[in-house]
Design a protein around this ligand. Structure first.
Ligand code: NDP
Ligand code: HSE
Length: 333
């Protein structure tokens, strides 16, 4: 039986999460995709860090080995930063390989261009994992909210910040000690500045803006304020008043213009994001027909992210199958 050959770019928290998920869900993948999935290549920066990997031939530092491999159909991109991730994703799409990425920094900068390149090359780019961790927000918007006009999005989009604020309140811990914990748990970015200064949430909000409205607001006009100034005394004081402080991203249409901001907000129990705790993320959407709905779930970590990426794989391959069937039916008609 033919296998589905895939490549992993990056073998850190997310890359290892995908690796283990493919191992543990091989039977399910077989049922859904109709063939086994083989991780043919894994591209890393430093091979010596990965000497415990059993199949040594999988590992490489040379992306060209993926690009020139005729049997690799899908590339999972889970490395850090804009480059070389963007160049790798672009080249993979141009050579007819589907790409599934978790890299929000890269995708906020170049998502639009990659979507166009994918279309031109008759392949797909999956980016569910870039926004909201394991929450299927991208596919929900794409497949289930096609007629609703989305007027406003209010969201907790960074697991690390939400974890820090929750732990500081519940366990009366300091900012620095909880940040170290979030790093050890694999929630925080390699450089956590992006998490605590709301840069990561900003990227996710820009990806949502592109996805919902087809464009982003000018980055210069988006207010972005992090959580590093918030003290545990402030949090305790708010707790006494039954209020909480959360890092919240807002995206809305105001007189036809997109307005966006990410900032700490003080909210009370009536707010839909009040109860979102720990590493969870949540996205509240105001749709023109449905009204207000909130999706919530784990916003960071190896397996929530792997879940989003594996579901992208299934969507891409099953929709390709449906397309092929339709083409055959048309020819036979
Ligand atoms: P890690 O730092 O744990 O792993 C990064 C991996 O990328 C490492 O294996 C590293 O190689 C590899 N890498 C870095 N630079 C290069 C390069 N130039 N060429 C080849 N490989 C390279 O990061 P994460 O796994 O946490 O995150 C990966 C991506 O997923 C990031 O873009 C992140 O923003 C995103 N993401 C992370 C989530 C999380 O919860 N951690 C959730 C959702 C998205 P080596 O091992 O040799 O150093
Ligand atoms: N560092 C990110 C977070 C990972 O904490 O939300 C998920 O995108």
């Amino acid at each position: 039986m033919k296998k589905l050959n895939i490549a992993l770019l990056g073998f850190g928290t997310v890359g290892k999460g995908i690796f283990k998920t493919i191992e543990t869900h091989q039977k399910h993948l077989m049922q859904v995709l109709g063939k086994p999935v083989d991780i043919t290549k894994i591209v890393v920066k430093n091979i010596d860090k990965h000497s415990d990997l059993k199949r040594k031939r999988q590992l490489t530092t040379n992306f060209q080995e993926v690009l020139s491999h005729p049997d690799i159909n899908v590339v999972f991109e889970a490395i850090v930063g804009v480059e070389p991730a963007f160049s790798y994703a672009k080249a993979a799409l141009q050579s007819g390989k589907h790409v599934i990425t978790a890299n929000k920094e890269m995708f906020a900068h170049h998502g639009k261009e990659l979507k166009t390149i994918a279309k031109e090359n008759n392949v797909k780019i999956g980016f569910e994992a870039t926004t909201g961790g394991g929450i299927p927000i991208i596919q929900t918007i794409e497949q289930l909210l096609q007629v609703n006009q989305i007027n406003k999005v209010t969201a907790i989009l960074n697991g690390t910040s939400n974890y820090i604020l929750s732990e500081m309140r519940e366990k009366k811990l300091t900012f620095t000690s909880v940040l170290a914990e979030a790093q050890a748990l694999g929630y925080a970015e390699a450089d956590p500045t992006n998490d605590i200064e709301a840069i990561d949430a900003f990227y996710k909000l820009m990806i949502l803006s592109d996805h919902i409205y087809g464009k982003q607001p000018h980055w210069h006009f988006v207010k972005r304020q992090g959580i590093q100034q918030i003290t545990k005394e402030q949090i305790s004081e708010l707790q006494k008043q039954h209020r909480r402080i959360k890092s919240i991203g807002t995206l809305e249409l105001v007189n036809g213009q997109i307005e966006a901001r990410v900032e700490p907000m003080i909210i009370d129990e009536r707010h839909p994001l009040f109860a979102i705790e720990g590493v969870d993320n949540a996205i509240t959407i105001e749709g023109s027909i449905v009204g207000e709905l909130t999706l919530l779930g784990p916003g960071a970590g190896a397996f929530p992210t792997a879940s989003a990426m594996i579901e992208d794989l299934s969507t891409i391959l099953t929709s390709q199958q449906t397309q092929l069937t339709k083409q055959v039916e048309k020819v036979l008609d």
